[in-house]
Design a protein around this ligand. Structure first.
Ligand code: FES
Length: 260
């Protein structure tokens, strides 16, 4: 009689690289007993705790919230903590794990995200409120909130950035993650700097550098659509003067109740 809960041993193949001691990356295999409900991150913990403490990766929340555990699993960027191990086991009984592509490797799956964060800060992803702040609260319509919702749920894991063909070509580029945040603030009726933001993303390394290959959409573990955001920014950049006037008008009424 078959036992559905029977445990099975799978090979977890990990790309190892320590720039201090290794000339180039190499693959190392570990055998892991696959338990029910196990994720790829659980398998890495199992290896690190019981087999090889030198295996190095980032992780924190284990709930697809912090974005630290983004890595390259069986040829695609995703989060290790919400990827079931059993879904990744190939017909050769193997799961292959490596670091996010196109970024310098610090060790094993840990990559240097300096440029990722620099571009993020460059677009000033925080709210720049108008001088005239309402006494109690900003009031936004449901449609205005809805327009920002997707961009707000981005967890900054880097999966989109490191799947982008432009980043792969080593070209200077703001990147889909930062352009998504810029899009969010440009559309935010509370923000007072849409024109400056559009100007920042309109340069040669901004929205016009996107090749519209959609890799970022495929890679996003949250199902977001940075390509569409970039396309919207492109259109708005061309109409920014008009937008600025409309924003000034809207901000005159932000402290008033939303009509039913
Ligand atoms: S550990 Fe936080 S997103 Fe995976």
């Amino acid at each position: 009689m078959s036992n559905n809960n029977a445990q099975r041993t799978v090979t977890v193949r990990i790309q190892r690289f320590n720039p201090d001691t290794d000339k180039k990356p190499y693959m190392q295999d570990y055998q892991v007993e696959m338990k029910p409900g196990m994720t790829v991150l659980d398998a890495l913990h199992e290896i690190k705790t019981h087999q090889d403490g030198t295996v190095t990766y980032r992780r924190s929340c284990r709930h697809a919230i912090c974005g630290s555990c983004a890595m390259h699993i069986n040829g695609r960027n995703t989060l290790a903590c919400n990827t079931p191990l059993k879904n990744e086991v190939t017909h050769k009984n193997t799961v292959t794990i490596g670091p996010l592509p196109y970024l310098p490797v610090i060790k094993d799956m840990v990559v240097d995200r300096t440029t990722f964060w620099e571009e993020y800060l460059r677009v000033k992803p925080w709210l720049i409120p108008p001088d005239d702040i309402p006494e109690k609260e900003f009031r936004m319509s449901q449609d205005e909130v809805k327009a920002l919702h997707d961009a707000e749920t981005c967890i900054m894991c880097g999966a989109c950035y490191s799947s982008c063909a432009v980043i792969g070509l080593n070209k200077k580029y703001i990147g889909p993650h930062a352009l998504l945040k810029s899009f969010m603030r440009v559309l935010d009726p509370r923000d007072s700097s849409p024109a400056e933001r559009l100007e920042e993303v309109s340069g040669a390394d901004g929205v016009y550098r996107c090749h519209t290959i959609f890799n970022c959409i495929d890679a996003c573990p949250k199902g977001l659509n940075p390509t569409q955001a970039i396309e919207t920014l492109r259109k708005l950049a061309q109409k920014r003067q008009k937008l600025e006037e409309a924003r000034r008008e809207r901000q005159k009424h932000l402290n008033e109740p939303i009509p039913a």
